[in-house]
Design a binder for this molecule. Structure first.
Ligand code: BT5
Length: 243
């Protein structure tokens, strides 16, 4: 493992970990501003106990920082905007959009995922996986996938990470100065499917309706016939191909 610094962050880069999130959580008692990355990740975690396929050369990163629990909703949107902007800078010709709440899509395929885990004492771990070199295919993959390499760009995971951290710090400043409304505005401008018919899969059922945007808490607003419903969690699927 190598100990480095990146801007004002302490950065630990491992050769192999089961999960960068687990390592950051383990270190959270004694650290409060830390980035954990690993060249190889053997047990990457997705949301809801799912698996994150972690191919060598891809980016596995966890950010540990102090963040007020009451503002956790904002974090998902700050991070997804920062990721979308980083990918867009690298792939300016591509259609780069955010899929609610926080996946980045390139030409309608998922390139990254975010898993936020909160700790007591106001600390939070933000896990970010980006398919840099290779993306998984197959039956267990619920949404089409891609990688930067498959989209024609050969970039190193560390270069991507450095770009992302700058972008994250910029967007975090926008939030601190202007608040959630501004973040929602930027997020909605980059989100896929607003105004369109979408399907949201919940744990036990699914709903179809028109995606109206997100409310101040980041909940998805869906118009279903004459009703408006809001959702905290779920997997979104689009009925139209292009946005
Ligand atoms: C996520 O979950 O998208 C959050 C992924 C977070 C991974 C990072 S890597 C660094 C840090 N350390 C960890 O242990 N985790 C974080 P979710 O929305 O539940 O998506 C998972 C689903 O996406 C899986 O069930 C698959 O269908 C699909 N999937 C798995 N691996 C993928 C990949 N590499 N690219 C695209 N889709 C994938």
């Amino acid at each position: 493992m190598q100990i480095k610094n990146l801007n004002s962050w302490k950065w630990l880069d491992y050769n192999e970990l089961e999960s960068t999130n687990d390592e950051a959580l383990r270190l959270s008692e004694n650290e409060d501003k830390l980035i954990v990355t690993s060249k190889v990740q053997t047990k990457g975690k997705g949301r809801l106990g799912r698996k994150w396929e972690s191919f060598d050369g891809n980016l596995f990163m966890s950010i540990l920082m102090t963040w007020s629990m009451s503002e956790n909703n904002a974090l998902v949107f700050i991070i997804s905007v920062a990721l979308q902007q980083t990918v867009k800078k690298i792939l300016p010709q591509a259609n780069v959009k955010i899929k609610w709440p926080n996946d980045v899509l390139v030409n309608d395929k998922k390139i990254s995922g975010i898993l936020i885990e909160a700790r007591e004492q106001g600390k939070v771990v933000i896990g970010i996986g980006v398919n840099i070199k290779k993306s998984p295919q197959g039956e267990n993959i619920i949404y089409p996938t891609t990688s930067l390499f498959e989209e024609g760009i050969n970039i190193d995971r560390v270069d991507f990470m450095k770009n992302f951290i700058s972008s994250f710090e910029e967007i975090k400043d926008v939030y601190l100065k202007k608040g959630m409304a501004e973040i929602i505005k930027i997020w909605q401008a980059e989100a896929k499917g607003i105004g369109e018919k979408i399907k949201i899969k919940l744990l036990n059922n699914e709903k179809i309706g028109v995606f109206k945007g997100i409310d101040n808490n980041g909940r998805l607003i869906l118009d279903i016939s004459d009703n408006t419903e809001v959702f905290n969690a779920g997997d979104v699927f689009f009925t139209r191909k292009k946005n």
